[in-house]
Unconditional design. Structure first.
Length: 90
């Protein structure tokens, strides 16, 4: 995954020891859970940063703007934002 490759370059230059990572995965098909698992696996290889519980928000949306039609997306986004706020205050 491109994001992992780019983070590897950053990791060589910046200390990630006090960093917490979050992810939003929007897939054009039902594969967002697979992308989430790949991301978790790739990031867990390196223990130099923290993946908190509920670090990822996943959804399926095929067309631009169709994410707004996902049932309960507003509530999910608000809960995800609240989780980020709680985690960065630690």
């Amino acid at each position: 995954m491109a994001v992992i490759n780019r983070m590897t370059v950053l990791y060589k230059r910046v200390k990630f020891g006090d960093k917490t990572l979050f992810s939003v995965v929007v897939s054009g098909n039902s594969g967002s859970d697979c992308v989430d698992k790949q991301l978790t696996g790739a990031l867990n290889i390196n223990k130099g940063f923290r993946l908190p519980p509920y670090f990822a928000l996943t959804a399926t949306a095929n067309d631009p703007g169709s994410i707004m039609n996902v049932l309960g997306i507003d509530k999910k986004a608000k809960e995800f934002a609240g989780n980020i706020k709680r985690e960065i205050r630690k």
